[in-house]
Design a protein around this ligand. Structure first.
Ligand SMILES: Nc1ncnc2c1ncn2[C@@H]1O[C@H](COP(=O)(O)OP(=O)(O)OP(=O)(O)O)[C@@H](O)[C@H]1O
Length: 313
């Protein structure tokens, strides 16, 4: 369990993390999303005791990181996969970590096997490791102390599709073992497949902390299409939905499109009013659509889209 209470970090006049309070629970993958500069890395660094909060607390299993007696057994993290000495092999890097934390050397072989690094790969020097191998090695380091809490900052950055899928399966299995898995990423399609819960921040502030299904359902791009052969019944249904703050748009003959209400809510209401339906179909937003809507006011640098060549058309 990771607990944040009023967590705040200022760098001079700039507030990178602004009064964050939330619990990151075990047994599920929590995705940590936000535009560039939103404060994700700074939050993770404070959880790991690498940055001191200006105010508030970041607790791992109820304790501040600097007070943990055996930190590697409490929390493992992949923040920067390139944090390995260029002249050292992956195996000796892990052995040094194990030795200084009282972890038996055989555990190094176990985690190397878990991340799929064979003897040849584990014997390569840091500077000759490919990006994918570096990520796997970083994850091996995070798993070394068999901790109940794991944090990964952009773990799939630059990985090939096999590597991306492997990381997804690893996160899911770590959560299924009952661990807390907290992972940041800008890849929405990947997060949609990996995360159960989402924490979204913008300009250091909490924007959303909810199950991924709720975040997607709340998007205006999630819509329910309803068709009925009974115009009066459809109008009555629309009226009731509008009274419940849903938006209803006529999109065809005897057809409306509803946003701001779930398919279940629309179906139940139609049943209650005795309205016959010929269609009730749901168009689910993608996580990307939901995310862009949530963070629209929080991006640091918003570009404009112009089609190339249009000026000379
Ligand atoms: N050591 C530092 N000194 C000054 N400002 C910093 C420092 N570290 C981070 N910041 C600032 O704090 C803000 C949050 O940065 P952070 O790296 O935590 O964001 P992020 O959400 O991880 O971004 P990204 O998605 O681009 O990695 C940014 O405005 C950044 O410039």
């Amino acid at each position: 369990m990771i607990t944040l209470r009023g967590l705040t970090k200022r760098f001079g006049a700039a507030t990178a993390v602004d009064n964050l309070s939330l619990d990151i629970a075990p047994g599920r993958v929590t995705g940590f999303l936000g535009p560039n500069g939103a404060g994700k890395s700074t939050t993770m660094r404070m959880i790991l005791g690498l940055d001191r909060p200006t105010a508030g607390q970041a607790l791992v299993n109820g304790r501040a990181y600097p007070t943990l007696r055996h930190p590697l057994h409490e929390v493992g993290a992949l923040l920067d996969a390139k944090a390995i000495h260029p002249a050292r092999s992956g195996r000796s890097h892990l052995l040094a970590m194990a030795r200084s934390n009282g972890i038996p050397p055989r555990r190094v072989d176990e985690v190397l096997a878990t991340v799929g690094l064979d003897n040849a790969a584990a014997g390569k020097r840091g500077k000759t490791l490919s990006l994918g191998m570096g990520q796997r090695l970083g994850i091996a380091g995070a798993l070394l102390g068999d901790p109940p809490v794991l944090m990964f900052d952009e773990p799939v950055n630059g990985l090939d599709p096999d590597g991306v899928r492997w990381i997804r399966q690893l996160m899911r299995s770590l959560a299924a073992e009952g661990r807390t898995v907290f992972v940041s990423s800008h890849l929405m399609s990947e997060m949609q497949l990996t995360a159960d819960q989402l924490v979204v921040i913008g300009r250091g502030r909490l924007i959303a902390d909810a199950p991924i299904t709720e975040v997607i359902a709340a998007s205006s791009a999630t819509a329910v299409r309803v068709r009925s052969p009974q115009p009066a019944g459809l109008a009555a249904l629309a009226e009731r939905l509008i009274a419940r703050s849903a938006r209803v748009e006529a999109t065809g003959d005897g057809e409306v499109t509803v946003t701001g209400a779930s398919g279940e809510q629309v179906g139940d209401l139609a049943h209650e009013l005795g309205v016959r339906l010929h269609e009730l179909s749901i168009r689910s937003a993608s996580l990307e659509e939901a995310y862009l809507e949530l963070t629209a006011g929080s991006v640091e640098y918003a570009g404009t889209t112009t089609s190339v060549g249009s000026r000379h058309a």
